[in-house]
Design a protein around this ligand. Structure first.
Ligand code: ATR
Length: 278
């Protein structure tokens, strides 16, 4: 392999050392024997635009963007996909030959592809969804659930005003409910999603009771450390169909990889093992 012809992409954030993306893309580069490199690049917040344009000049085909740059990257981009505009944040940038930066957001795609792969019998249209949390991840989850035809989403967030703001943004199919009503409203939900950080290692547990949840409800969590959160375990014990959050991370990476390295990748057990390896 010569580095002269190698395809280049990467990920930027601050900090970036803990990102799993280099491992994930590295697995695919090796699997498909692609002459390419995927590199973590740490940029200072006040140098994000300069840094991104420099990477484009150096021949990078694009980068993933992670915290805290997801909103800022959208503002810098010259072109924005509809789904990135709807979510209000970017996670995948492509550098065009004319120097333009195109911003996309594949988090919602990753969220849905993960459910489709692991719970193929899931039918989003059969009834309302309950979404817990109204932060950045929630916007991607809500926009993709609406696109899949979920008839109604009930949104519960500790800080009610954040849920109300999302309702204004996404329209009538999204309804805010009080955080302390989530445990009772769960009875009507066909799909339940935790988008808060609660239940993650080092964080408090999610204070939502699953006593009233119906059997066969699809329950998923964007938290993937641990893979089987207490919330998912409680749901499984109630006869629900559970999907862990790691697949969302894996699937959100696929469109960028395909675009930059000209190969559609598959999300399989080998990839999960590579990403989970100590
Ligand atoms: P992200 O962009 O990753 O979604 P975020 O914007 O900080 O992160 O959102 C985190 C979510 O977890 C929010 O919904 C937050 O609720 P608030 O809007 O009330 O802050 C929720 N969250 C975090 N800690 C929480 C806690 N102890 N109890 C309830 N919700 C919590």
């Amino acid at each position: 392999m010569t580095s002269e012809t190698a395809l280049l992409a990467g990920v930027t954030g601050a900090p970036i050392g803990h990102s799993l993306s280099p491992r994930l893309h590295g697995y695919w580069l090796k699997k498909y024997q692609i002459n390419g490199y995927y590199i973590p690049v740490e940029l200072a917040s006040d140098q994000l635009e300069e840094g991104l344009r420099a990477l484009a000049t150096l021949g990078f085909r694009g980068v993933n963007v992670t915290l805290p740059f997801k909103e800022k990257a959208l503002a810098i981009a010259d072109k924005i996909t509809d789904r990135a505009a709807l979510i209000g944040a970017a996670n995948t940038l492509s550098f065009r030959k004319n120097g333009n930066i195109q911003a996309d957001n594949t988090d919602g795609h990753g969220f849905i592809a993960n459910i489709r792969q692991n719970a193929p019998e899931w039918e989003p249209k059969v009834g309302p969804a309950l979404v817990l949390g109204a932060g950045g991840a929630s916007r991607a989850v809500i926009s993709s659930l609406l696109a899949e035809g979920v008839p109604e989403i009930r949104l519960a967030n500790r800080t009610r005003s954040r849920a109300d703001m999302l309702c204004e943004h996404f329209g009538a199919r999204l309804k805010a409910i009080d955080w302390n009503r989530a445990s009772s409203e769960i009875a009507e939900a066909k799909t339940v999603v935790n988008t808060t950080s609660l239940g993650m290692e080092g964080q408090p547990a999610l204070p939502i009771s699953l006593d009233k949840i119906r059997k066969n409800t699809l329950v998923t969590d964007i938290v993937y450390t641990p893979l089987m959160t207490d919330f998912l375990q409680a749901a499984a014990a109630k006869g629900c169909v559970t999907v862990d959050g790691l697949g969302m991370l894996l699937h959100q990476a696929a469109p960028g990889f395909e675009n930059w390295f000209r190969q559609k990748p598959t999300v399989d057990q080998g990839l999960r093992d590579a990403v989970l390896a100590p």
